[in-house]
Design a protein around this ligand. Structure first.
Ligand code: ADP
Length: 492
């Protein structure tokens, strides 16, 4: 087994601090730093969206314009380079036609936009004369790469020793398109995918399925979710394929960036604090109550939510019970954007309970930190949750999580047991409004005993949710992928 430092190219549609809509961006911005700290040469690639300012991020030109095969013609890309850390470059694929728009996703030509990004990233490597040992692809946007490595690039000597790892951050977003996409990607001659238990697959191009099928190794972002997705309940119709590939499927829990997510140094919050100086924390609660127009009162329990407002996140069961909850002496602050009917739900609640419930329907990283630092509890009643970062960030900031025990939430939050004093939060199992209600009531009860509460907070704050352990697991996956790749027969 090779033990010298690895060369890894990580591909992601979003990367902190350049572009973010969810947890994928956090992972793409922080895992590479942790891998670099282990001595590996890690580089990241993403599109240069119009909203990423070259001046602000001091981007420099890495590769001047070069041709990229798209369908039957050549398009042009150039590469700008920024930095995630002093020794972790990020290559940004530049093409005004595809990326000079306000947003990141949700355009009718998204398939083409991400095919172009991926193809440019592979072609870029020739110009950089940098041959990665592993290309680490993430979610549907970059799932075409393992497919290409096993088809159009199969006999390209440049990629001969390049293995692929494919990470599923969320199986619910598969990137499903029509036949035309195969032509754009230059793989029409290889046709649709077939699977005896998945008749639909023969009629669509499902990028996620291709990543799963072609990658040398795949993983998802917690051990529990890796098991869950083998079942029809969580498998989003891809479970037969995942079961076929189960020997290559692993679960690696995401970490959080302990430099950025640090209540002792966070510049956004009213008062810095750490586990040894928890008394200072209350200033953040009072400042948050003020900013959110809630009744300013240190003693009233304050629950926070920071989330995409979608069905996945459990807001239907919360909606069914939130009026009962607000009859109690507690407060809610919600930060999120998403489905209009959840915007309406939370807006109604904020109006009905002035001083007790506040809603911010925006994406705001600064306010998010204030909520992590200022709330007593952090709620994630998810229907499913591949990993979840919110609960880990909340614990780091002394906000005690209340979660549904699924996926990564089950792996990180252990239900508090008053008799033994074990646990680090509150969790419930059935996806049910009364189970949610009961978990919140239990949290309220425990909150009355400030000594106990203090211990719960310290336990969360001193736990290790950093990347150090998980980055080592990724290195193992990379080496395993390289072994599988080398074991395959090659054409001379
Ligand atoms: P997902 O990737 O499914 O959206 P995660 O819990 O893995 O969920 O990651 C969500 C990340 O996005 C967390 O860092 C959370 O703080 C952040 N986030 C979500 N919504 C917002 C928002 N409206 N404003 C600021 N940050 C947000």
């Amino acid at each position: 087994m090779k033990h010298e430092p690895l060369k890894v190219l990580l591909l992601s549609a979003e990367v902190v601090p350049f572009a973010k809509t969810g947890g994928l961006a956090d992972v793409a911005g922080s895992l590479p730093k942790a891998l670099r700290a282990l001595g590996h040469d890690v580089r990241v690639a993403m599109p240069r969206y119009g909203r990423i300012s070259p001046d602000k991020f001091e981007l420099t030109e890495a590769v001047p314009r070069f041709p990229v095969p798209m369908e039957k013609q050549m398009e042009e890309a150039s590469i700008l380079q920024g930095l995630i850390a002093p020794d972790v470059p990020v290559y940004m694929v530049e093409n005004p036609k595809y990326y000079d728009r306000d947003g990141i996703y949700m355009y009718p030509d998204d398939a083409e936009r991400f095919i172009f990004f991926c193809r440019s990233a592979l072609e870029m490597l020739h110009h950089l004369e940098w041959q990665p040992d592993v290309i680490h692809c993430n979610d549907w946007h970059t799932a075409i790469v393992p497919n290409w490595l096993k088809t159009v690039y199969k006999d390209d000597p440049f990629f001969r020793h390049t293995a692929s790892v494919y990470t599923i951050h969320n199986l619910a977003y598969q990137g499903v398109f029509g036949y035309r996409v195969l032509e754009i990607a230059g793989i029409a001659e290889y046709g649709f995918m077939y699977h005896t238990e998945m008749a639909d697959l023969a009629e669509v191009v499902d990028f996620m399925a291709r990543g799963i099928y072609f990658a040398d190794v795949l993983n998802t972002v917690s051990e529990t979710y890796a098991q869950e997705i083998l079942s029809p309940q969580f498998g989003e119709k891809l479970d037969p394929l995942l079961r076929d590939r189960r020997e290559r499927l692993f679960g690696v829990l995401n970490g959080i960036d302990y430099e950025v997510m640090n209540p002792a140094t966070d510049k956004y919050i009213a008062q810095n604090f750490d586990a040894g100086h928890l008394d200072a924390r209350v200033k953040n609660k009072l400042a948050l109550q003020q900013e959110a127009n809630l009744k300013v009162d240190a003693a009233t329990p304050l629950i926070g939510i920071i989330s995409r407002l979608t069905d996945q996140k459990g807001f239907d069961i919360l909606g069914d019970t939130i009026d009962h909850l607000l009859d109690m002496n507690l407060q809610f602050v919600v930060l999120g954007t998403g489905d209009p009917h959840y915007h309406e739900l939370f807006s109604r609640v904020a109006q009905a309970y002035p001083g007790k419930a506040a809603i911010f329907l925006t994406f705001n990283a600064e306010l998010a930190q204030k909520i992590y630092a200022g709330t007593d509890m952090f709620l994630m009643p998810s229907r499913f949750e591949p990993c979840g970062l919110g609960q880990m960030i909340a614990m780091r900031y002394g906000s005690v999580p209340i979660v549904r025990a699924t996926g990564g939430l089950a792996d990180t939050v252990k239900d508090f047991e008053p008799r033994t004093g074990e646990g680090n939060g509150f969790s419930f199992v059935p996806y049910d409004r009364w189970a949610l209600f009961a978990a919140i009531v239990r949290a309220m009860e425990s909150y009355k005993y400030q000594d106990t509460w203090h211990k719960l907070q310290v336990r969360g704050m001193t736990a290790d949710f950093s990347w150090s352990a998980s980055a080592k697991k990724y290195v193992e996956l990379y080496r395993r992928a390289m072994e599988y790749h080398e074991a395959e027969p090659k054409r001379e």
